[in-house]
Design a protein around this ligand. Structure first.
Ligand code: NAG
Ligand code: NAG
Ligand code: NAG
Ligand code: NAG
Ligand code: NAG
Ligand code: NAG
Ligand code: NAG
Ligand code: NAG
Ligand code: NAG
Ligand code: NAG
Ligand code: NAG
Ligand code: NAG
Length: 541
């Protein structure tokens, strides 16, 4: 029987609108000469011991000692990874191939660290660390032979994990990265000379456009090397001088680093850096926000942003790109993410970022045994968040409009936050409060102020939106100068158990305050508040 005309039309329409065909995998941004592109790729966390027949409760390794390892039971896992585990080589190379097929000639590539898997130090060694990073260096170098690649170290790229040395004496760690991990093939001699000091460098991309690659692992709360120091590696002094010079030379600075300042948006009160380091860095970046109005980070594995202020006005935005690794976090409630890579567009004349396109792999759509991964466009920042323009005030305006509304920007943002792992997350008050306060305040003082203001009723019950009055203002006096903030923990780091208790108690208090408030408000009004029913976040898919 012949296909009827309408079913043929349906078929054609289906093909035309299938997501794969719908978003052509070739970037069209070349068409405009004054727009350049930049790839960002981060947090590969390559685990060469991933096995499709591994045990997903044991990092997908084939452990002889694993309780699941017998002849009757073997997991049958996807070639491209699993939400419980770090990236197999197939996922890492698939991500890099996707970058190549989407945009083969970016102006440059930013590689924001963390190539090493979340394994115990006892299963790792310095030799393996250098080798894993070196293999990824070669993959990127051979896939993009003619493109400048700017690398930065992540907290996992050290051995032992997180222990990043702050000075050269006694450690040749940075020199080894250059030789054994082949970063000497990526960095110019001048940049290498700076890099060996303590893992940071500053380089001119083109006239008037500077890249600063910071080693923020020095500020990471779990780095014991920098416990007693005030300016590890002399990086603050160096950064201040670099930004002052760039400002005088009327350069625009693109700043990249692994660990971002601020508080984790999916975990109440979890600040990555030591408080004094966090505040010093935020102060410098705020002060020079005219020169560096956009910053690019990794580390969190989630997709989010944070705002910085100068003289009380929002002046700069920090952008966190999601990881290649899909691995679930060990922190309760955080969850896994789909693998992602990010393409920025910028104006080659003004050196300002214009937009980014977030690409991802829907890992749950790949059945075991399938050897083909289709990377797709997840969203475009300007059009889909959406933003009025790609400036810090526009990001501020976006977060000001966050609400519980099913069609709202917040619900979309929350989906992108897990790289669409949670397709339709249902937020509660705590999620909204934690997200908003983390976005608008990169210091603990401001974050706590925001939390206090929100718990005093600024989550507007009537339209289920945030009432922004007072949230974004930083309190004039330190909240509590001697308060000892709960220290940060990496999702996979070994942390003192009391840190979890402090974090858990604090978040419970915050949540309880919102729930009590919601109940009280509900009593004094006649409208039904379905939106404030407690919905625990569940992992979907
Ligand atoms: C992979 O597992 C083997 C066997 O347990 C171990 O010897 C090796 O060090 C592991 N390799 C890496 C890179 O973790
Ligand atoms: C690095 O690549 C080499 C050559 O492909 C391979 O033999 C080696 O096992 C890889 N090492 C790691 C740790 O991935
Ligand atoms: C890289 O540049 C060299 C020399 O200009 C050229 O021969 C080669 O084809 C280029 N490779 C790619 C992949 O563009
Ligand atoms: C870092 O310091 C803490 C507290 O002193 C200690 O428990 C931990 O073992 C240290 N970590 C490393 C890798 O030295
Ligand atoms: C930091 O100071 C403490 C106490 O003064 C000392 O025990 C510790 O060894 C110091 N750590 C480092 C890395 O210098
Ligand atoms: C802030 O910037 C001004 C002008 O560029 C400079 O003089 C001052 O030292 C900077 N302060 C800090 C704390 O960076
Ligand atoms: C992620 O980890 C949490 C516990 O932290 C667990 O409840 C959840 O089932 C895990 N999700 C996946 C997909 O592994
Ligand atoms: C880039 O900046 C120049 C100078 O301000 C401007 O003329 C041009 O329109 C901009 N291009 C885009 C695509 O924004
Ligand atoms: C990913 O794939 C799964 C399984 O095919 C599907 O249920 C889910 O909706 C997809 N997610 C997205 C964001 O398309
Ligand atoms: C794994 O699952 C796929 C798809 O369900 C199936 O085709 C394949 O035979 C399975 N492999 C094993 C070893 O069980
Ligand atoms: C960018 O958007 C912000 C927020 O909507 C707006 O205040 C600002 O005027 C816009 N800037 C430009 C140059 O259009
Ligand atoms: C939710 O948002 C849509 C689109 O912005 C709007 O039309 C609708 O009125 C909103 N609903 C509520 C309950 O606020």
């Amino acid at each position: 029987m012949l296909l009827s005309r309408s079913s043929l039309l349906t078929l054609v329409t289906f093909i035309a609108f299938d997501p794969v065909y719908c978003f052509p995998l070739t970037s069209s941004f070349h068409l405009q000469k004054d727009i350049g592109t930049i790839w960002q790729v981060t947090d590969f966390h390559l685990d060469v011991n991933y096995s499709t027949h591994g045990d997903h409760t044991q990092m997908c390794h084939n452990h002889a000692s694993s309780p699941h390892h017998d002849h009757h039971f073997q997991d049958n896992l996807s070639t491209y990874g699993d939400y419980s585990c770090d990236s197999p080589w197939a996922l890492v190379s698939s991500a890099v191939s996707a970058m190549k097929s989407i945009e083969a000639s970016p102006d440059f590539i930013l590689w924001t660290g963390d190539s090493i898997p979340h394994i115990k130090d006892s299963e790792d060694s310095p030799d393996k660390v250098y080798e894993v990073i070196g293999n990824i260096t070669h993959l990127l170098r051979s896939t993009f032979p003619n493109t400048t690649i700017y690398p930065t170290v992540g907290n996992h790229d050290a051995y032992p994990s997180n222990q990043m040395p702050d000075t050269a004496p006694g450690s040749d760690f940075y020199a080894q990265l250059l030789s054994r991990s082949h970063w000497a093939e990526l960095l110019q001699p001048d940049d290498q000379a700076q890099f060996v000091t303590a893992g940071y460098y500053s380089t001119l991309i083109s006239t008037g456009f500077r890249l600063i690659s910071l080693n923020t692992n020095l500020y990471y709360s779990m780095n014991n090397f920098t416990l007693n120091t005030t300016d590890p590696g002399g990086q603050f002094e160096w950064l201040q001088a670099q930004l002052e010079l760039a400002t005088q030379n009327k350069e625009k600075v693109l700043l990249m680093a692994h660990v971002p300042p601020g508080i984790f948006e999916r975990r109440a009160f979890l600040q990555w850096m030591r408080p004094d380091f966090n505040e010093q860095l935020v102060d410098i970046l705020s002060n020079y926000s005219d020169t560096v109005d956009m910053q690019i980070y990794g580390h969190e594995h989630t997709d989010t942003f944070r705002l910085l202020y100068k003289d009380g006005v929002v002046a700069s935005v920090m952008l966190m790109a999601p990881a290649v690794t899909p691995m679930n976090s060990s922190l309760p409630g955080v969850g896994p993410n789909n693998p992602g890579v990010r393409l920025f567009h910028y104006n080659r004349t003004t050196h300002r970022l214009l937009n980014y396109h977030q690409y991802y792999l829907n890992l749950s759509s790949i059945r075991p045994g399938v050897n083909r991964a289709v990377w797709q466009l997840e969203y475009r920042a300007l059009e889909d968040l959406p933003l009025d323009n790609f400036s810090a005030p526009a990001f501020f305006q976006l977060v000001s409009g966050f609400s519980f509304n099913k069609t709202s920007a917040f619900r979309r943002y929350l989906r992108y936050n897990t790289v669409s792992y949670q397709r339709d997350p249902i937020p509660d008050q705590c999620t909204l409060a934690e997200q908003v306060c983390a976005i608008v305040h990169p210091t603990m003082q401001g974050y706590m102020h925001c939390a206090a203001v929100l718990s005093q009723g600024k989550l507007n019950i009537d339209n289920a939106a945030v009432n922004f009055d007072g949230i974004s203002s930083v309190p004039p006096m330190p909240f509590s100068p001697n308060y000892s903030y709960p220290s940060a923990a990496h999702p996979r780091g070994s942390v003192h158990i009391y840190v979890y208790y402090i974090v858990a108690v604090c978040s419970m208090c915050l949540c309880l305050a919102f729930v009590i408030l919601a109940v009280l408000r509900k009593r004094y009004t006649s409208t039904p508040y379905l939106l404030f029913r407690y919905h625990p976040l569940t992992n979907r898919n």
